[in-house]
Design a binder for this molecule. Structure first.
Ligand code: LMR
Length: 397
């Protein structure tokens, strides 16, 4: 039965971790996957998460099924995190939020819901984007197009080209936008650019689907969600948001995320929720308990929440310090052209290294990065910065 099954390629991001783990060389550095490591290169649970875990353990909860659309406390706390405390649409009962299996699960449930609701819609994704965006929307049956986003020379957003592409799209096109910390480029829209995008999306009748996997990693929790608030302020009636707690709570393996859908009325929201629940039920029945219970505990307790926000701020600060450290070392090695790394936001730098240069990093230095040139800055630390900077300087020529 399976004799004709072809061998699929390794995943361009997660496959790197497998290869890095199997690499016997030392030193070796994994700058591939987007995971936060501390100053000692370890992945640790934030203190706030450990405290919430102790609280939950002491309660000795049973593990029954939870609702198809997730823990109610988690859903409402997440909705406030994503849309802010004073969101009119939320107050009017127009926002549906459903717990999902990470941000990827949110994107996929959203994509499946959209395919069932708008079967002929096209999907437009930024060029470049997280590779799994293409994969999962295609798996949901969509025809995918790209819109220009990144300007290689300026290392920033090619905003004129992006806007022109939005203006040329068919009404009803689903436009995938990155809320903050654009993956892989680290180039984000300014406030003024978000306003223009929001007006264009509204006037052209496009449907925004915002991916927010790195809330808190650029400027702050509310600040990094500003694009969503701006879309709503502009009067965009329907939009979807996929958000993730993988990075911001360091809960990667717990698979905690949520899909939110803004609807035109509370009645529409009720119908949309019923369909989203059907999509989830047909996939994995209902989501797991633990990660969402941790997040709900943290967000529901002012003391834990303050500690968590402070810890996210520390992660943000360390990443920025590593950017600085890399730029300074590269400049000292005769490569001042990498100064743009300090202007990029979030976990990644889009280094400009070619696939061949990335391959050299791996072959000659056991340094693993994504072939697009994306480097995970949060995997840098004082112990590996010199080694990495030296290797980049060598392959950069
Ligand atoms: C990444 O981009 O490295 C992360 O979002 C992990 C993943 O699933 O690819």
């Amino acid at each position: 039965f399976f004799s004709s099954v072809a061998l699929a390629p390794d995943d361009p991001i997660l496959g790197l971790t497998d290869a890095w783990l199997a690499d016997p060389r030392s030193p070796k550095v994994n700058l591939g996957v987007g995971v936060y490591y501390d100053a000692d290169g370890r992945q640790v649970l934030p203190e706030s998460v450990m405290r919430a875990e102790a609280t939950l353990t002491a309660r000795r909860r049973a593990r029954s099924y939870i609702p198809i659309d997730g823990l109610p406390d988690y859903d409402s706390a997440t909705q406030r995190l994503v849309f802010g405390e004073d969101c009119a649409a939320a107050a009017e009962g127009r926002v549906v939020t459903a717990q999902t299996l990470g941000g990827t699960g949110a994107l996929r449930v959203g994509a499946d819901f959209l395919k069932a609701t708008l079967p002929f819609a096209k999907v437009a994704i930024s060029q470049p984007s997280w590779p799994n965006h293409q994969v999962l929307f295609r798996a949901a049956g969509f025809e995918i197009g790209n819109y220009p986003y990144y300007h290689a020379d300026s290392h920033g957003v090619d905003f004129d080209a992006m806007l022109a592409a939005l203006l040329a799209m068919d009404a009803g096109t689903v436009v995938l936008l990155h809320a903050c910390c654009h993956n892989p480029t680290g180039a984000d829209l300014s406030t003024a650019q978000w306003r223009e995008v929001a007006g264009t999306v509204r006037d052209r009748g496009l449907l925004p689907f915002v991916d927010m996997a790195y809330q808190g990693f650029d400027r702050g929790i509310a600040e990094d969600a500003q694009g969503i608030a701006i879309l709503l302020e502009a009067g965009v009636e329907n939009l979807l948001v996929a958000n993730s707690c993988s990075k911001s709570f360091s809960l990667y393996g717990e698979r905690v995320g949520a899909l939110s859908l803004v609807c035109a009325s509370a009645d529409e929201a009720r119908r949309v929720r019923s369909q989203v629940k059907q999509t989830i039920r047909a996939n994995y029945s209902n989501p797991p308990t633990h990660g969402a219970a941790l997040v709900a505990t943290i967000l529901g307790d002012p003391d834990l929440r303050a500690q968590w926000e402070e810890e996210v701020g520390q992660m943000r600060g360390r990443i920025k310090a590593m950017r600085n450290g890399l730029v300074a070392r590269l400049a000292a090695l005769g490569h001042p052209e990498f100064a743009f790394i300090n202007r990029q936001a979030g976990m990644f730098t889009y280094s400009g290294l070619s696939p061949a240069q990335v391959q050299r990093l791996r072959d000659e230095f056991a340094i693993y990065a994504v072939s697009s040139g994306r480097i995970c800055v949060s995997a840098l630390n004082e112990a590996n910065l010199d080694y990495v900077a030296d290797a980049i300087a060598r392959v950069a020529g």
